[in-house]
Design a protein. Structure first.
Length: 261
């Protein structure tokens, strides 16, 4: 059975979530769709600073099975209390992979690699602090509830490593990794522009993916998940090298072209 059909058919097991409000304020559909999402984020950042909380951004979509899995866990009482006590939360609708790019880029992430993208931000520095561990949330529906509770409890208490903060060698390494990601992000965004309308047509009109489109989606999925994983590995290697006073030569992979490029 085709990958997209499997993924999206899972939505049939859940009741309809209703029409989307302009601001996305209902419990079943919290995603912000207003034109001033950056203003909403500014407001939440100010609140987070004042109340000594973290900013939590979720870039997702109602059609996404893993986004819905994330939301079901967020609605459970114990985790909900953790989020209310320790985070200011903004849910950003990415539509059909054609919105939300300005949000991820604002916090140094060149592209969102899938949905949901879960970003924990230090409001004092506007630094993305969970970048090494973001990949797991692309499969949010398979993450256990205990892992949810542990993760968001731990991230709420995160403090930057004083030894690495402001380290020039680490900054140089991270700059190289950022350039690698930005280069690949351009290709991913173009791929979203190509395949996003196909996804929309499937969701809105019931037009199934052709075999060619399905293969292209698989190709894109392997690429974007692979880039995010490699970038996270590079960042960890850089931190380990600096901590252990070792030299590191970063060797970035060369990626073959997409079949349609």
């Amino acid at each position: 059975m085709r990958i997209f059909y499997v993924l999206l058919s899972a939505l049939l097991f859940f009741p309809p979530l209703g029409s989307a409000a302009e601001h996305g304020e209902s419990k079943s559909d919290p995603f912000y769709r207003g034109a001033d999402v950056q203003l909403e984020i500014d407001t939440k950042l100010a609140l987070a600073k004042r109340e000594n909380k973290k900013l939590l951004l979720v870039l997702g979509a109602q059609w996404c099975h893993d986004t819905q899995g994330l939301m079901r866990n967020f609605d459970k009482p114990e985790l909900q209390k953790t989020l209310q006590d320790h985070y200011e939360v903004v849910f950003v609708d990415v539509a059909y992979l054609n919105k939300g790019f300005d949000v991820s880029k604002r916090f140094g992430l060149p592209i969102y690699y899938g949905t949901p993208t879960v970003m924990v931000v230090d409001p004092e520095t506007e630094t993305l602090i969970n970048r090494p561990s973001m990949t797991q949330w692309l499969s949010a529906d398979t993450v256990s509830y205990q892992q949810y509770k542990n993760y968001f409890a731990q991230m709420s208490e995160y403090t930057a490593d004083a030894e690495l903060n402001g380290n020039k060698r680490l900054a140089d390494y991270l700059s190289q990794i950022q350039q690698y990601e930005e280069t690949q992000a351009k290709r991913i965004k173009l791929a979203y522009q190509r395949l996003g309308p196909v996804l929309e047509n499937y969701q809105e009109n019931g037009v199934d993916f052709t075999e060619k489109e399905d293969n292209e989606w698989r190709e894109l999925a392997r690429f974007r998940y692979g880039v995010q994983k490699r970038a996270a590995e590079f960042r960890q290697q850089a931190r380990d090298a600096v901590k252990n006073h070792q030299e590191l030569e970063l060797s970035f992979p060369s990626h073959k072209k997409f079949s349609w490029e």
